[in-house]
Write a protein that binds this ligand. Structure first.
Ligand SMILES: C[S@@+](CC[C@H](N)C(=O)[O-])C[C@H]1O[C@@H](n2cnc3c(N)ncnc32)[C@H](O)[C@@H]1O
Length: 357
C-alpha cells in the first residue's frame, strides 16, 4: 500500500476488529469510509466481508479505492491484468512535462523512472472505456512510483540527496485486489455524507493544518494527468492553494465536524482521532452527544519516523529536540444501541463509557 501520512497502517487491525465487534452485536453490511485516503482501511474491511463505500475528495485516493475496494478480483484476475502490465512496463520511456517537472525542476524521481512513469501513464489513457481496469492500472503505477520516490513520505519537499530506493527500477505489480464489489466516490465529505447509506460510518478526517493535496500533489497530477500550473521549489499544483478542506483548519474543523455528524444517517459511527489533533477527547464526546451511547477506546502509538529520528540542520547536525516519540490514538464508537457500547467496553482496559446515552 502507498506511504500516506495519517494512514492507519498500524491501526488497521484494531479498527477492523472494533467494527467486527459492533457487527457481532448487530450485524452490519454496508460500511462507509468517508475519508478513505490510501484505502487501506476500506480494503481491510472488504476483506472481512463488509460492503465498503469509500469516499475522498482527492482524485488519487478515489483511484486507489476504485481498485482496492471497488474492483472485483474475480473479474480482474492476475491472468488478465499481468499481460497488460507487462506491455506497459515495456514501453519506451518518454521525457515530457511530467519528467521535466518532477525529475528535473524538482527531484521526486530519477529521470529514468520518471520517463517510464510518464510513458506508462500516457498509455493508460487508452483504457478509459473500462474505468475499473483504468483504476487498477493507475493503482499499480502509483504503488510502483511510490516505491522509487525520493521523499520522506510526503511531497511538500524532496530529499536533497537521492533516497537509495530512487535508484531502483520501477516495477509494475498486480495490486492486492479482493473478491467482491464496493464503491469509490470522489466528493467533499460534507456534501456526500447525507446521500451515502451505510450501517456504520468510519470517519478519519485530517488532524492538522497540512493539506493532503499539498502533501500528495504529485499523485494528484499523475492521476489527473492535466499538466497543471505549478509553483515553488516543490512544484506544487497551484490549485493546492484553492482546494482547501475545513478539516485542515483549526478555526473551521469543529463546525465542519458538527455539520458532518448532523448529516450522517446511520445507526453506528466509529471516529478516529489522535491526541495531536485539533480536539481533546472530551470535545469529541460533546460533539457526539445525540448519537446515543459512546465508548472511547485508546492505544499508544509510535509517532511518524521523522519524530523518532530527530531534527537535523542541512549540515547533518542534530539541532532541536523532538518533544515526544509516542502519541495516543482514539477510536470513538457511537451507537444507538446500548448493547454495542457495553460489548465494546467489556474486556477493554482502555475503554471509557463516555455518555450514558
Ligand atoms: C487521515 S487521512 C485518512 C487516512 C486513511 N484512513 C488511511 O488509512 O489511509 C484523511 C483523508 O481525508 C481526505 N479529506 C480531507 N478533507 C476532506 C473532505 N472535506 N472531504 C473528503 N475527504 C477529505 C484527505 O484527502 C485524506 O485522504
Amino acid at each position: 500500500m502507498i506511504k500516506y501520512i495519517g494512514s492507519k497502517r498500524v491501526l488497521v487491525p484494531w479498527i477492523t476488529e472494533t467494527i467486527c465487534r459492533v457487527s457481532q452485536v448487530t450485524p452490519l453490511r454496508r460500511v462507509v469510509d468517508l475519508f478513505s485516503g490510501s484505502a487501506r482501511v476500506g480494503h481491510a474491511l472488504k476483506a472481512q466481508g463488509f460492503y465498503v463505500i469509500a469516499n475522498d475528495h482527492n482524485a488519487y485516493a478515489q483511484v486507489l479505492a476504485q481498485a482496492l475496494v471497488g474492483a472485483d478480483a474475480r473479474k480482474y484476475p492476475v491472468g488478465k491484468i499481468q499481460p497488460i502490465l507487462e506491455r506497459l512496463a515495456a514501453l519506451k520511456p518518454k521525457t515530457g512535462w511530467f519528467t521535466q517537472t518532477y525529475c528535473l525542476k524538482a527531484r521526486y524521481f530519477q529521470p529514468k523512472n520518471g520517463a517510464r512513469i510518464e510513458a506508462i501513464r500516457e498509455a493508460i489513457e487508452a483504457y478509459q472505456a473500462d474505468p475499473t481496469l483504468r483504476a487498477i492500472l493507475l493503482t499499480s503505477l502509483l504503488l510502483a512510483a511510490d516505491k522509487v520516490d525520493s521523499t520522506t513520505g510526503i511531497q511538500m519537499a524532496y530529499l536533497k540527496r537521492w533516497a537509495p530506493r530512487a535508484w531502483n527500477e520501477l516495477h509494475l505489480a498486480y495490486p492486492p485486489l479482493l473478491p467482491g464489489s464496493g464503491e469509490a466516490h470522489l466528493g467533499d465529505a460534507l456534501e456526500v455524507a447525507g446521500a451515502l447509506e451505510g450501517d456504520l460510518f468510519y470517519l478519519d478526517p485530517p488532524y492538522n493544518a497540512h493539506s493532503y493535496l499539498g502533501n500528495y500533489h504529485v499523485w494528484e497530477t499523475l492521476v489527473r494527468f492535466d499538466n497543471p500550473a505549478t509553483y515553488g521549489v516543490a512544484q506544487k499544483r497551484t490549485d493546492v492553494r484553492e482546494r482547501k478542506s475545513p478539516f485542515n483548519s483549526k478555526k473551521e474543523a469543529k463546525a465542519a465536524l458538527e455539520q458532518l455528524l448532523a448529516r450522517i444517517k446511520a445507526p453506528h459511527l466509529v471516529l478516529s482521532f489522535s491526541d495531536e489533533g485539533f480536539f481533546r477527547p472530551e470535545e469529541i464526546e460533546a460533539l457526539l452527544e445525540g448519537w446515543g451511547f459512546v465508548v472511547r477506546l485508546s492505544r499508544p502509538h509510535r509517532r511518524y519516523v521523522g519524530a523518532r529520528i530527530g531534527i537535523y540542520n542541512p549540515q547533518g547536525v542534530k539541532v532541536g529536540q523532538v518533544s515526544h516519540t509516542e502519541n495516543r490514538e482514539f477510536l470513538f464508537v457511537a451507537s444507538q444501541k446500548r448493547a454495542v457500547a457495553l460489548a465494546l467496553a467489556q474486556g477493554e482496559p482502555t475503554a471509557k463509557l463516555a455518555l450514558g446515552g
